[in-house]
Write a protein that binds this ligand. Structure first.
Ligand code: FES
Ligand SMILES: [Fe+2]
Length: 353
């Protein structure tokens, strides 16, 4: 039997930075409207806004005139206007207009940072790293093909936790914490079989007993009534695809967690649960407009379940963070070897920034 081991005592994982050379999620698409939105990604204040053509842009949230937040301002056509004196800025961060500029004055030659940003799969993805690396390596956001796929029903829950991102990732990769969720969880009895890791990801393969099978039209009610679920064995795979997380349970169930680490003691993340309708072959023969209607009307059907799971996890994660802050010298004991791989990946990635 494996004896409990201390996790990497020489390394303080809870103080790690992040590798900025990845695409992070900073907001849901629906959160970015005409009013500028302020977000924070690893201590960098950023303003997101949608111009009059609907394109989303991201700038440093700082007016170069008097250093106030540009997110207090508003969008004027293609430009972002500061609330204080009305200076206007282009999406590349240059000053384009000053309302009181005298005829003999030139526009100030100031420039703030702009960030590469993409709107994809219902989220706003932002690249906070080195743009030369982005282009040289053609880095892309994590693909979430289920978002547009008519056979998948999505539910999104936002995680706001006062904790270092490592606590969240370790929670997500450690399937032995199903104990916390009891009946709320879709599976039970997880056993870790195998781990694979490389420079960018850790894949942990568990075997579990699933309660969850979507093969009848009423199966979706399992989301609301745990008593309707029947146990059967399924593969439970969880992957840390730095900096995000994805999990599958059999064929019917997929979850993503998209991370936005805010600073060393705060993390925002978006948990997206997909239920598959792949088993309903008759549904696939119906017109696309009807299938889209089904997909859209069932959006959020697992909301209560997902929010409940998030609340339970966040409480534990925040307690871990507090315990760390009160006694940073205390180290936990760990039996799940997947977490050793996860910590190694976080450390290696943080060192590359
Ligand atoms: S502080 Fe922004 S325009 Fe003056
Ligand atoms: Fe959990």
């Amino acid at each position: 039997m494996q004896s409990p081991s201390r996790i990497t005592p020489q390394l303080d994982i809870r103080q790690l930075g992040i590798n900025l050379n990845h695409w992070y999620v900073v907001a849901r698409s629906s959160e970015v409207q005409t009013q500028p939105l302020d977000v924070m990604l690893w201590e960098q204040p950023i303003v997101l806004y949608r111009d009059n053509s609907g394109t989303v842009h991201a700038l440093e949230d700082r007016c170069p005139h008097r250093q106030v937040k540009l997110s207090h301002g508003c969008v004027k056509g293609e430009l972002l206007e500061c609330a204080y004196h009305g200076w206007q800025f282009t999406s590349s961060g240059e000053c384009a207009a000053v309302p009181y500029l005298a005829a003999n004055q030139k526009l100030p030659n100031c420039k703030i940072r702009s960030y590469p940003v993409k709107e994809q799969h219902g989220f706003i993805w932002l690249f906070p790293g080195n743009v030369e690396i982005l282009h040289a390596m053609s880095l892309q956001p994590l693909g979430i093909s289920e978002w547009e796929n008519l056979n998948y029903i999505a539910t999104v829950s936002t995680i706001n936790c006062q904790a270092h991102y490592s606590f969240l990732i370790e929670n997500l990769m450690d399937m032995y914490h199903g104990h916390l969720h009891q009946d709320w969880q879709a599976w039970t009895g997880a056993v870790l079989n195998d781990i694979q890791e490389d420079a960018n990801r850790v894949d942990a393969h568990y075997q579990a007993q699933s309660y969850y099978k979507i093969d009848k039209i009423w199966s979706i009610s399992q989301l609301f009534f745990p008593a309707l679920r029947r146990l059967h064995p399924e593969a439970l795979d969880v992957s840390y695809v730095y900096p995000h997380w994805v999990s599958t349970l059999g064929k019917d169930f997929k979850i993503y967690c998209l991370l936005c680490p805010i600073d060393r003691t705060a993390t925002r993340a978006y948990l997206i649960h997909f239920t598959s309708l792949n088993a309903f072959w008759r549904l696939h023969k119906l017109p696309v407009w009807f299938r889209r209607l089904v997909k859209n009307s069932l959006f959020g059907s697992a909301q209560t379940l997902l929010d409940g799971l998030v609340r339970q996890d966040v409480q534990m994660i925040e307690e871990e963070q507090q315990a760390y802050l009160n006694h940073p010298e205390r180290r936990g004991y760990e039996l799940n070897r997947a977490l050793v791989s996860v910590q190694r990946l976080m450390k290696n990635q943080a060192e590359q920034r």
